[in-house]
Design a protein around this ligand. Structure first.
Ligand code: ATP
Length: 321
């Protein structure tokens, strides 16, 4: 069942590569002869009827940009059935027959409820720097964010080494330590503290002190925000080791920047798949990657399961520290 009009939106936290995904959805649909609407500012825009037709040119000059040209927002109203009904009525007003949602766990949960309650076909693309969507090894933006963190670690390592300091780097990840572990391994961190694994600060400080007594010049400790405040951990570490300690909270810098080649490529591949699927009548699926290949995941499975961090990565981070 080929559709006449579909819509694409981005929702939740922005992530680099969302633009490449939306661009691929728009250009694929147009090349299939299907009209495409952009829903601006996430579910808030769906409720407020901030919905506009897109052309191939609407998505020119965006593949290299971070953020999302469609804008994104958090909408409390969409969490209510009444809010979702309002959004659905606006989709009907524009004769939109299917929707591609690019976003994280929360956005896909919202989409699954919209689909269940109204029957509107939904196809999801996982877009979040946290890489925490179940069923896929990869979410759009995680690679660029990890590269941004590693770049910061490289710089911090230079200055830490010059002053014989301990450097604590707080990174994003409330419930998932994926970014911390990946950037810890790639950045050569001594310790990675994540919400998934218990850690003992006095033990870590004893090891650090011993290493510095034996001539070590610097240490990098990556802390996922969900594991504790970098600033508080820094105070504790300095108190227990008596070694000069500095803390860098990377914050929103991790979300921005021009997307990496990997994020542009994978987002483009997922965008094309999602557009072809929704046009040909699919619903309630999320496209992701598994072992390098595009896979489709049931939308309800994706939102009802919690992705766990690969224990092999946690082990590797420890071995190489
Ligand atoms: P990120 O993980 O990058 O922050 P996300 O998509 O998980 O992205 P959320 O803020 O959790 O970000 O969700 C984005 C929006 O999706 C919310 O503002 C809300 O409108 C909708 N949403 C989230 N959870 C639900 C839910 N349980 N029911 C309905 N809508 C939801």
């Amino acid at each position: 069942m080929i559709k006449k009009a579909i819509a694409v939106m981005t929702s939740g936290g922005d992530s680099p590569g969302m633009n490449a995904a939306a661009r691929a959805v728009v250009r694929t649909a147009i090349s299939e002869g299907v009209q495409v609407y952009g829903i601006y500012n996430g579910y808030k825009g769906m409720i407020d009827d901030d919905i506009h037709e897109l052309t191939s040119r609407s998505v020119s000059d965006i593949i290299q940009r971070g953020g999302t040209f469609l804008g994104t927002a958090r909408s409390m109203e969409f969490k209510t059935p009444e809010g979702r009904q309002k959004g659905f009525q606006n989709l009907q007003k524009h004769n939109i027959e299917g929707l591609v949602i690019i976003g994280g766990d929360g956005s896909l949960t919202g989409g699954s409820l919209l689909s269940k309650e109204t029957g509107v076909p939904i196809v999801g693309i996982p877009g979040t720097i946290d890489n925490d969507v179940w069923g896929t090894d990869y979410t759009i933006g995680c690679d660029t964010a990890a590269n941004t963190i590693v770049d910061a670690i490289n710089k911090l390592r230079d200055t830490a080494s010059a002053h014989r300091r301990i450097m604590i780097v707080e990174v994003m990840g409330h419930t998932s330590g994926w970014l911390a572990v990946m950037s810890g391994i790639a950045g050569g961190a001594e310790y990675v503290l994540i919400p998934e694994v218990k850690f003992d600060i006095p033990d870590m400080c004893r090891e650090l002190k011993e290493a510095y007594d034996n001539g070590k010049r610097y240490s990098i400790i990556v802390v996922a925000e969900g594991a504790g405040s970098g600033i508080e951990i820094g105070k504790q570490v300095e108190e227990l080791t008596k070694i000069d300690t500095r803390v860098s909270v990377l914050g929103h810098i991790q979300r921005g920047g021009s997307p990496s080649v990997e994020d542009r490529m994978k987002a483009s591949m997922l965008g094309e798949k999602a557009a072809l699927a929704i046009i040909s009548g699919a619903s309630d699926v999320v496209f992701g990657f598994n072992e390098g290949k595009v896979v489709s995941i049931n939308l309800f499975d994706a939102v009802n399961n919690t992705k766990t961090l690969n224990p092999e990565l946690i082990r590797l981070a420890r071995v190489l520290a």
